[in-house]
Design a protein around this ligand. Sequence first.
Ligand SMILES: C[S@@+](CC[C@H](N)C(=O)[O-])C[C@H]1O[C@@H](n2cnc3c(N)ncnc32)[C@H](O)[C@@H]1O
Length: 303
Amino acid sequence: MTDTVIMEYHQPVMLQECIEALQIKPQGIYVDLTFGGGGHSAAILPYLTTGRLIVFDQDPDAKANALNDSRVEFVAANFRYFSKYLRMYNIKQVDGILADLGVSSHQIDAPERGFSTRFDTNLDMRMDQKGKLTAADIVNGYPEKDLVRIFSAYAELRNSRTLAKSLIIARAAEPITTSKQLKKIVLPLAQRRKENQYLARVYQALRIEVNDEMLALREMLAQTADALLPGGRLVVMSYHSLEDRLVKYYMNTGNFKGEQEKDFYGNLIRPLKPIVRKPIMASMNELERNNRARSAKLRIAEK
Ligand SMILES: C[S@@+](CC[C@H](N)C(=O)[O-])C[C@H]1O[C@@H](n2cnc3c(N)ncnc32)[C@H](O)[C@@H]1O
């Protein structure tokens, strides 16, 4: 695959920082849980000699970028099942795991996928196009209390109840199937001059719910400690605070509440040790080149 294809599909974020964080051993086994355009994987590969790289993506579109190399295995699956697949490949433990969460530029820029607020298109938002639940199913079919739940938890909106009610009233008149219809309902509820942020948060909540992102992330993180060899590295990049909180808590404490457990002598009991206290952010230089790097937070832990 050429560099041009990678750049068009997705420009990798904090590429050098991720590679350094993985501390790649030439004979090691590495896992890229979010292959996307393959930018991170393509940068890992030259560091490997006899090592292997197992890559995952739940979006079948990503397979078109698969690296043609005998050391690489592409698994078209949700990363919440990654340990099971490693066992299928007879791999007990690995030297490093990378996860670059969220959606790729390819997914955002393809109007028919429904991830972007920019287009008038169907309300879809599935990363895995075989998935059963779409954003249209949620806005048309969820009971009011569940709409309130997702807008409160995943968009952190103060007026989730009003929004849920507005959707219920609108859908009683006609099904809400397009982003144009959704915007007409949502935008009047936003504060003046904050319309875009409000809409982006509503979209974020729907996307998280469609793809069951928070649970998939927890399930994936919970498998990493056992999947890593001693000294192995977990490198995770997240793009919003809900994700980053789970990653931080898990790396610091081994649980998702951030509750510290100590032994008799007062030593922390946790499966991984965080390598950085504060998340690493993209450099000014990178931000000038890639606006999508602005919300990225990189965290690293070692077994
Ligand atoms: C930000 S992009 C990764 C970009 C990649 N690092 C690159 O350099 O091109 C995230 C990718 O992860 C995939 N993804 C997100 N959640 C996933 C999950 N639970 N299981 C498998 N793939 C997932 C998305 O389909 C998307 O292609």
